[in-house]
Design a binder for this molecule. Structure first.
Ligand SMILES: Cc1cc2nc3c(=O)[nH]c(=O)nc-3n(C[C@H](O)[C@H](O)[C@H](O)COP(=O)(O)OP(=O)(O)OC[C@H]3O[C@@H](n4cnc5c(N)ncnc54)[C@H](O)[C@@H]3O)c2cc1C
Length: 459
């Protein structure tokens, strides 16, 4: 960890670094690299002048990630944040002290996360900006600590204090813990297969930051997949393998294992090509059956799923009711009557038709759908024509995924592949022709050569 000229070895707050484990992994002679990240100072919230700042209240909707737990599942009090902003004075202090930042003195070699750069980075890269927004976020219900989101830094502690005090609301601020940068090891995720198992060592599964990803969500998702696959491996059960068309986790693993990384990888919706299928509102519908199949569901979720499937059936039936525009007009929809009768799920695509109109026409919908299920069904109806088009692409994807590439294929011996392609294919060891096609720089001609090689290998 780096802060000005300070160098500290360690792990998460109050934990040791995992140096011994890192040493053992290095001894396995895996392809490894260094990445960096950082964190802002933690401020004493009692020394912030909140009255001078614009408030940012919590979401008024009590939304949670999990569907389980019923009403009122978000039971903790919600706190508000505030916004402040850096200014020319802040930037001048940072610029004057850049020489003391390990990021710019060359002491840190690793690449940092593009989507959460340090304040030093932002000032250099976006030099023309006269300020950067900073959210002041309370860290919890029983602490005075405040996290100034947007001010990650590795400048010396006294410089941090000086530049923080130039921000509105922070003139008297006391720093509880100064910020710092962190450099850490990762392995080249192309050493893993789609189960997140290391090809070089049977039974070792890797998930999280060690695979070169950035954040909490990426780590949690991989932990789930790697954990399920480690259990499946130990018990000789079918593995959990997700593809790009059914989940973001499938996209993440595919990207990591095939392309490797050059900077900390963040899961962005833009990385998925089947975004109309991969919606937040249909996540449970997409993935619960996969988990069920592999025995990954707990009792509560299993019951919830069963009950929801019954309600879905009822709601789908209700949305199938065929009516004319006159009925919708009577329910309050402001539209012309073209004399055509359509099922309600088609009417849902008309901009003039709202959920309230549908509920008025088909009261059974209200009983069947809690808000979430209804939202999902309506999104399904709205996107149906586009989703149908995407489904054709998914069928093509899956056809190519069905053609397996032998694990011991000698790419160097295949005619028609450039040295660079041989290198990329050998590093990534794609498991299918579809996966090979997604490796950067692999051309249609190279795929044709691969197909010939697979046939010869099988013969
Ligand atoms: C300073 C900092 C700020 C960050 N801020 C954010 C943020 O704002 N948002 C965000 O999304 N991400 C952030 N990240 C990234 C995020 O913390 C990580 O990507 C994520 O925690 C990685 O999870 P993980 O499970 O892979 O590893 P870790 O969370 O590091 O977990 C590894 C665990 O393994 C344990 N361990 C190590 N060695 C052994 C051993 N030999 N035996 C047993 N256990 C062992 C460790 O003690 C630790 O508990 C930040 C990271 C850092 C360093």
């Amino acid at each position: 960890m780096f802060r000005g000229a300070e160098r500290i070895e360690g792990g998460r707050i109050d934990e040791h670094g995992a140096s011994q484990l890192a040493r053992q992994l290095r001894e396995l002679d895996l392809p490894m690299g260094r990445l960096k990240t950082g964190t802002p100072a933690r401020l004493d919230g009692r020394t912030i002048d909140w009255s001078a700042l614009e408030e940012q209240p919590s979401d008024s909707e009590h939304w949670t990630m999990s569907f389980l737990g019923g009403e009122g599942r978000q039971s903790l009090p919600q706190l508000r944040c505030a916004i402040t902003r850096t200014n020319e004075h802040t930037h001048a202090i940072i610029r004057d002290n850049l020489g003391q930042s390990p990021l710019f003195s060359g002491d840190i070699e690793g690449r940092g996360p593009r989507y959460c750069p340090s304040i030093e980075d932002k000032i250099i890269r976006f030099g023309d900006r006269d300020g950067h927004q900073v959210f002041l976020e309370p860290e919890g219900l029983d602490t005075h600590l405040v996290y100034p989101n947007g001010l990650s830094t590795s400048l010396p502690a006294d410089v941090q204090r000086a530049f923080l005090r130039t921000l509105p609301g922070l003139a008297q601020v006391e720093v509880a813990v100064p910020g710092y940068a962190v450099e850490y090891d990762h392995i080249d995720p192309r050493a893993l297969d789609r189960r997140l198992a290391l090809r070089a060592m049977q039974g070792l599964f890797l998930g999280g930051q060690i695979n070169g990803t950035t954040g909490y969500e990426e780590a949690a998702a991989q932990g789930l997949l790697a954990g399920a696959n480690a259990a499946a491996h130990a018990r000789d059960l079918a593995p959990l393998i997700l593809d790009r068309a059914e989940s973001y986790l499938g996209v993440l693993v595919d990207d990591l294992c095939l392309q490797g990384i050059t900077e900390p990888y963040r899961m962005l919706t833009a990385r998925a090509e089947f975004r109309l299928r991969l919606r937040a509102d249909n996540a449970a519908t997409r993935l619960t059956p996969v988990g069920r199949e592999l025995g990954l569901l707990g009792e509560e979720r299993e019951l919830w799923w069963h009950e929801r499937e019954v309600r879905r059936e009822e709601a789908v039936q209700a949305l199938g009711a065929v009516v004319g525009a006159d009925i919708l007009r009577a329910a309050g929809a402001d539209m012309k009557d073209d004399g055509v009768k359509r099922p309600l799920h088609e009417w849902a695509r008309f901009p003039a038709v709202t959920v309230d109109h549908l509920l008025e026409v088909a009261p059974a919908l209200e009983e069947a759908g809690d808000g979430e299920l209804l939202d999902e069904l309506i999104q399904d109806a709205v996107y149906a024509p586009y989703v149908e088009r995407q489904n054709a692409e998914v069928r093509a994807l899956r056809a190519n995924e069905a053609i397996g590439l032998p694990g011991d294929l000698d790419y160097g011996a295949i005619g028609g592949l450039s040295t660079e392609m041989v290198e990329r294919l050998t590093l990534a060891r794609p498991e299918t022709l579809g996966a090979a096609a997604r490796i950067r720089g692999i051309t249609p001609a190279a795929l044709a050569a691969l197909l010939v090689a697979i046939r010869q290998h099988a013969a």
